[in-house]
Design a protein around this ligand. Structure first.
Ligand code: SME
Length: 153
């Protein structure tokens, strides 16, 4: 498994060469899923008004392509602007099921200049899969993505 620092470096490289934000997000989610075996689903949601809209993702299709801000762990992370780690999704009443196999989840807001632009959502089939390493990695990746996204998307 690749270590967080080298992955952050790889995302910086991707950003330097990506044609646009969509291209960067697509390459980033694919790379994260490939390099971190406990990341079974990796996606980016972008905030449009009061709704989180699914952008590029790697993994199985999800029924949750549009999530209102007042729903889900995704909605909670975007509303509070804080990373949320859920060790056991089945015991969190906010959880919107994406896949029956999912056991834990991390959602990291993508923010620029105090404005929430979207978030990175990662699901794992392993219980309590996400550690501080994952938080540090994904928060750094979110910052890199934020720099390429248009404000007001
Ligand atoms: N589990 C999320 C919904 C998105 S799927 O995981 C892809 C939530 O509770 O907001």
């Amino acid at each position: 498994m690749s270590n967080p620092a080298s992955l952050v470096e790889q995302v910086r490289e991707l950003r330097a060469h990506a044609a646009d934000a969509t291209n960067l997000m697509r390459q980033t989610v694919e790379m994260l899923r490939r390099e971190r075996p406990h990341y079974n689903w990796v996606g980016v949601y972008l905030l449009e008004g009061e709704t989180l809209v699914l952008g590029p993702y790697a993994g199985k299709p999800t029924p949750h392509t549009r999530i209102p801000l007042n729903q889900g762990i995704c909605g909670a992370a975007a509303t509070t602007g804080k990373t949320i780690v859920v060790d056991d999704v089945n015991s969190d009443p906010r959880y919107l099921a994406c896949s029956l196999e999912t056991r834990s989840e991390i959602v990291v807001p993508i923010e620029r200049a105090g404005k929430i632009l979207g978030e990175i959502d990662v699901d794992s089939d392993t219980p309590a899969a996400f550690t501080d390493d994952d938080r540090v990695l994904l928060e750094a990746v979110a910052e890199i993505l934020a720099g390429k996204l248009e404000i007001g998307n």
